[in-house]
Design a protein around this ligand. Structure first.
Ligand code: ADP
Length: 273
């Protein structure tokens, strides 16, 4: 780790460490699609157990920020470090070089993600949906995986739905299954990208409630992309406002939502009043 930091300092200049031991560190991370600069030199540290909400207009780069952490997009430049290890890079003789697929997959497995679309396997029962990855990716014995799955389903309030199929559940229930499916892998970090956006309004509350409970347990580091400002105020330790690919303001919910300094943050938040 020491060597990595030295290399990064050499290549990427000063590290602006916001927290002592970040579980996630974005360091001068930029992303372009062709000529379109979507993220510009993002520096972001997330501490273990921290709950960070990312807000910003549509198209500001929030999803791309998350997708890079899930390795669904590759940064154009900069380094992402997960739990002390570079995600897209490997350290060889003190230099950071592009990592191979095996390294990327291993580091990525420390992260769990829930998207807008729940993407459950339609032909599998709920129990099976949740146990597939623990059994086939982690190599956990099926009986143990089922025990974990039942615990998780109880946690999201669906302990009685083990043997039904996704089509028999409401959207809100399916999303709770998707959350249980990600949590059962015991990731270091959970990423939630607008998990309530595809739901009918009356189903949003139950999903946010589950997220609040997970947050309150304090065991999971969470990066939440959300348009639900009240929810962000309730659960987040820190809110980050992204505008045109840059973090323009961040701080405790009270400050960012109650008394933002940046005119762009103010303008954005005025749409929610
Ligand atoms: P947000 O989540 O804040 O709405 P996104 O990260 O989804 O923003 O998108 C940021 C910008 O990047 C948008 O202009 C979007 O059209 C563009 N973009 C995202 N993904 C791609 C892609 N794969 N190819 C080209 N442009 C993309």
């Amino acid at each position: 780790m020491l060597v990595i930091e030295a290399v990064q300092l050499k290549h990427y200049g000063e590290i602006s460490a916001l927290v002592d031991k970040p579980v996630i560190r974005y360091q001068k991370v930029s992303k372009s699609f062709g000529d379109l600069k979507v993220l510009r030199e993002i520096d972001l540290d997330i501490a273990a157990g921290e709950i960070v909400a990312v807000i910003g207009s549509s198209g500001s780069g929030k999803t791309t920020l998350a997708r890079m952490l899930m390795t669904l997009e590759q940064p154009t430049s900069g380094v992402i470090i997960v739990d002390g290890e570079p995600l897209w890079h490997k350290e060889v003789n003190g230099e950071l070089v592009p990592a191979d697929e095996k390294h990327i997959r291993r580091v990525r497995s420390k992260i769990g993600m829930v998207f807008q679309q729940f993407n459950l396997f339609p032909h599998m029962t709920i129990l099976r949906n949740i146990t597939e990855a623990p059994v086939h990716v982690l190599g956990i014995p099926r009986a143990e995986a089922e025990k974990r799955a039942v615990d998780m389903l109880n946690k999201v309030g669906l302990g009685d739905k083990l043997n039904v199929y996704p089509s028999q559940l409401s959207g809100g229930q399916q999303q709770r299954v998707a959350i249980a499916r990600a949590l059962v892998m015991r990731p270091k970090v959970m990423l939630f990208d607008e998990v309530t956006s595809a739901l009918d309004p009356e189903l949003v509350g139950e999903v946010l409630e589950v997220l609040k409970e997970i947050a309150a347990e304090g065991e999971t580091t969470m990066l939440l992309i959300t348009h639900e400002m009240d929810f962000a105020r309730d659960v987040a330790d820190r809110i980050i406002f992204i505008d045109k690919g840059r973090i323009v303001e961040q701080g405790p919910p009270k400050v960012i939502l109650g008394n933002p300094r940046n005119p762009r943050t103010r303008e954005f938040l005025s749409r929610f009043r």
